[in-house]
Ligand binder design. Structure first.
Ligand code: ADP
Length: 260
């Protein structure tokens, strides 16, 4: 059975000024996938996410979310986002963990929503998922980078999204907590069925956790199962970055992800 596409990008190109930053990107993300997005610094990963979140408009091409053209899409509670800078609150920031998580609902559903009395309940539930409920009353700035990151994941989860996008979430999380962080993402993906897209530099670790890997440098150079990516040696990878994904499909069968 064909899975449901959550994100469909077709021939998407984008430039801030004169130079293309994202070029001819065809990318579909299907329900249930855990997709790692990797590529060198400045290769357009964050911009691709901005395009998916409707924060930037493509100069060319089309984007659909949950089957709807992005311009018409209005179910933003279905999409959670954890940004790169999320875990850098300093100790002076005057918000409790519970307030930070609740703000995920307020920003999406309006501060005067009918459901406001449920906000606390939902926020506590999300904190429980990330095993941070005991910190609900703590000041966000007092927590470690790894703990803050969990709180921001709870903030992204509070509206029960089916897709969560994370931009380099392990930056600022110390190495000994990174494994636990990946375990949490694995649990969200496998047990709760949440589709994940995660930008990371950590290609070694992501291939052990994600179901699929996308390598980009303006355009997409590889999109396939993590298992297939792991098979590449250094020579293969050098060659890979010089070819387009369409030329690679004869070697790798990723039926559910390749459009051609
Ligand atoms: P990555 O996330 O892969 O590091 P980005 O999407 O952040 O890449 O950036 C891609 C390119 O776009 C870089 O050359 C960057 O300098 C440029 N860029 C990013 N944001 C802006 C902006 N707001 N205005 C102009 N150029 C930008």
């Amino acid at each position: 059975m064909k899975q449901k596409p959550m994100v469909e990008m077709e021939q998407v190109s984008f430039k801030y000024e004169k130079e293309w930053v994202v070029k001819d990107v065809d990318l579909s993300i299907y329900e249930g996938q855990f997709l790692g997005l990797v590529g060198p610094n400045g290769s357009g990963k964050s911009t691709l996410i901005k395009l998916m979140l409707g924060l930037a408009r493509p100069d060319r091409g089309s984007i659909r979310l949950f089957g709807e053209p992005i311009k018409k899409f209005d179910q933003w509670e279905e999409v959670g986002f954890v940004s790169q800078k999320a875990n850098s609150f300093n100790s002076g920031f005057p918000a409790t963990v519970l307030e930070v998580v609740k703000s995920g609902l307020v920003s999406r559903m309006g501060a005067f929503s009918f459901f406001k009395r449920k906000h606390k309940e939902k926020a506590l539930e999300a904190l429980k998922t990330v095993e941070m409920e005991e910190f609900a009353g703590s000041n966000i700035g007092e927590l470690s980078g790894g703990q803050q990151q969990r709180v921001f994941i709870a903030r992204a989860l509070v509206s029960d999204p089916s897709l969560v996008i994370l931009d380099e979430p392990t930056v600022g999380v110390d190495a000994k907590h990174v494994t636990a962080f990946y375990d949490l993402l694995g649990k969200l993906n496998k047990e709760q069925g949440i589709t994940l897209l995660m930008v990371t530099h950590d290609i070694g670790t992501i291939t052990n956790h994600a179901t699929h890997v996308v390598c980009m440098n303006k355009s997409i150079h590889f999109h396939g199962a993590s298992e297939d990516y792991k098979e590449f040696d250094d020579d293969d990878l050098n060659e890979l970055y010089g070819h387009s994904v369409h030329q690679l499909t004869h070697n790798h069968s990723h039926d559910e992800v390749n459009r051609s």
